[in-house]
Design a protein around this ligand. Structure first.
Ligand code: CAA
Ligand code: NAD
Length: 281
């Protein structure tokens, strides 16, 4: 059975680990501290429990899935992994330290992938021991439910690494969009200006939070309004993505709305912190 390493056990790392394990592969999951990876594993168990209680999966499948996920204290056990996927906080300095660390244990043929939402793949590849085996593998939230993965080769990525990564994404039951290494890739380049504009609309008191979301849900048939979706993604992550794209492109379309900055400075990060545009407490 192939082993995949996942570094970063927040909402994305948890969803990625769950999805990979549900597709029969072994997962080693780590974070800054073992306790975070263990809590993530417990969260996956609760999510699978809900699926069992709704008759979506059999209890034996949930048990087998959990048996394939191990929380580990650091990257050392990932020396056995065929691929290591980084899904940590969207900050370059954090990712750089992770790639330097993971690079020390990466097996000879193994692939190092990043779930970054926006940071250039070619830049990050240079922080790894072999840029030819570095690639962007961008999942969507919630990972077990969303049908898409973007695959983003950097300038130096080997073709066989792109091919193997696309095959891996298909193995997880996802459709693949192949994107060039351009700021925001395909989907976030389109999504983030919408979310940002919704915060400008709110900041100008054009309408209430609820009405902005209602407008997009019923007027555009989106499953969530943009402010609810921003809370779901994480307001810190939205701000980080906008800042990366703005810094890279200098296109004013991506300048973060001042109100978004204010919310993040207040620690109102959305669902994960209990408060964002909505209250989740
Ligand atoms: N594991 C497996 N299945 C799960 C699950 C989990 N952890 N969580 C939910 N599901 C399943 C449910 O069982 C349910 O399945 P059925 O339809 O077969 O019953 C289905 O997912 C829908 O779940 P719910 O009924 O609980 O919730 P919902 O109908 O309100 O849908 C939602 C929730 C799927 C999140 C929907 O609101 C949605 O699509 N929202 C938009 C999400 C989106 O746009 N994501 C992309 C964000 S951008 C991004 O990810 C990129 C980036 O870099 C920022
Ligand atoms: P999150 O805040 O839920 O989780 C980030 C995790 O990274 C935390 O558990 C944190 O402890 C961990 N971390 C921080 N420093 C670390 C380190 N040095 N070593 C190991 N782990 C470390 O964020 P998230 O939403 O899961 O986002 C993670 C990545 O996925 C980001 O790059 C983000 O842009 C990307 N992404 C997010 C979404 C989304 O909708 N939230 C969608 C696609 C991609």
């Amino acid at each position: 059975m192939q082993t995949i390493g996942v570094i970063g056990a927040g909402q994305m790392g948890s969803g990625i680990a769950q999805t990979i394990a549900q597709h029969g592969l072994k997962v080693l999951l780590t974070d800054r501290e073992l306790a975070i990876a263990e809590e993530s594993r417990a969260g996956i168990e609760r999510a699978l429990g809900k699926l069992v209680s709704r008759d979506k999966i059999a209890p034996a499948e949930a048990e087998a899935t959990m048996g394939r996920i191990t929380a580990v204290a650091n990257v050392e056990p990932m020396a056995e992994a065929a691929m290591i996927i980084e899904a940590a906080t969207e900050k370059e300095e954090i990712k750089q330290a992770i790639f330097e660390d993971a690079g020390k244990v990466l097996a000879d043929e193994a692939i190092l992938a990043s779930n970054t939402s926006s940071i250039p793949i070619t830049r990050m590849a240079n922080w790894s021991p072999d840029p030819g085996r570095f690639i962007g593998l961008h999942f969507f939230n919630p990972v077990p439910v969303m049908g898409l993965i973007e695959v983003i080769p950097g300038l130096a990525t080997n073709q066989d690494v792109t091919d193997r990564t696309m095959a891996f994404a298909h193995q997880l039951g996802k459709e693949v969009v192949l994107s060039q290494d351009e700021p925001g890739f395909v989907v976030n380049r389109i999504l983030l200006p919408m979310i940002n504009e919704a915060v400008f609309v709110l900041g100008q008191s054009t309408a209430s939070i609820e009405d902005i979301d209602l407008g997009c849900r019923l007027g555009l048939n989106h499953p969530m309004g943009p402010l609810q979706l921003a809370d779901f993604v994480g307001l810190d992550t939205c701000l980080d993505i906008l800042r990366v794209i703005y810094r890279t492109t200098r296109d004013s379309k991506y300048r973060p709305a001042p109100l978004l900055v204010k919310y993040v400075e207040a620690g109102w990060l959305g669902r994960k912190s209990g408060r964002g545009f909505y209250d989740y407490s």
